[in-house]
Design a protein. Structure first.
Length: 95
């Protein structure tokens, strides 16, 4: 019988926040395409991300990705969140 290893990570003293982004893609693409882009996005504040919505239209599909962002060292300022947003949108536009 295998034993599962539990990893303890203390809670942050600082609040996390969630940011939702909806990405509109042609029907030719699928979630795996977005997932590859999201996984390539490097930012020190990403705690987690997940797909929270998918809406299919005739010629396009809309995917909503929810990021949980935060820091174990400080409360994120508006500027930190804006930088996160700008970096992510720039990455999406390139890909």
């Amino acid at each position: 019988m295998e034993k599962n290893t539990l990893i303890y990570k203390p809670l942050s003293k600082y609040p996390f926040t969630t940011l939702d982004y909806t990405i509109i893609m042609s029907k030719d693409n699928n979630y795996e395409t977005i997932k590859e882009v999201v996984e390539s996005f490097e930012n020190e504040y990403i705690i987690d991300y997940k797909l929270v919505g998918k809406f299919e239209l005739e010629n396009e599909t809309k995917y909503t990705i929810r990021f949980t962002v935060g820091s174990y060292e400080k409360t994120l300022a508006t500027e930190d969140l804006q930088q996160f947003k700008d970096s992510f949108i720039s990455l999406i536009k390139v890909k």
